[in-house]
Ligand binder design. Structure first.
Ligand SMILES: [Zn+2]
Length: 186
């Protein structure tokens, strides 16, 4: 059976195969026998000082009143608190725009993880926040400090917008978090 997106797998059991390449490349396969879920336990919750979820994945009511897709989850946390990389990978993109604000995209195999509304600044191709200095192609380890919670971009309070894309498709990070929790229990 071929690769699938996590929500297709979640009820039948997530199976994770890790290929040893320069980056830890991970592929989800539905129903593959005898491969344990334990590798999810390497993944790290990105917010060190969790205060709550403030917006879910999927359609929501936007500031203009209409419904709009929300391609991630919003996690409230104290201003300036640490953000850790969900998984080891390579910085693929640095962002500074009116929506995401200051942000990062990290690639881990077929996954891309997006971090928005960060503190710190982007200047001359480098993201800096406290002791963190990252640029495109910087390698990051799972759990590495990659920035701090801010309010840049479209943000009404300090929070992290965290998105996870598998291939070209945004997936619900809560599905990922549930799989991580199951792996820890197992
Ligand atoms: Zn958001």
């Amino acid at each position: 059976m071929g690769p699938c997106i996590p929500w297709d797998c979640s009820e039948r059991g997530l199976r994770l195969i890790t290929r040893l390449t320069a980056v830890t490349a991970s592929v989800l396969v539905c129903g593959a026998p005898a491969l344990a879920d334990w590798r999810w336990s390497r993944a790290v919750f990105p917010v060190a000082m969790f205060s709550g979820y403030t917006s879910h994945f999927g359609l929501r009511i936007g500031p203009a009143g209409g419904s709009e897709p929300h391609h991630g989850i919003d996690i409230a946390a104290p201003l300036g608190s640490p953000i850790r990389s969900w998984w080891g990978g390579v910085v693929k993109e640095l962002i500074n725009d009116t929506g995401c604000g200051v942000g990062l995209v990290i690639q881990s195999g077929p996954y891309e993880h997006l971090y928005c509304h960060l503190a710190g600044s982007l200047d001359a191709g480098r993201y800096r926040s406290g002791q963190v200095v990252l640029q495109v192609d910087s390698r990051v380890a799972s759990g590495q400090l990659i920035g701090h919670v801010g309010m840049s971009g479209r943000s009404t309070g300090p929070h992290l917008h965290w998105g996870v894309r598998y291939g070209n498709q945004w997936v619900d990070p809560l599905v990922v978090l549930r799989a991580m929790a199951r792996a820890r229990r197992g």
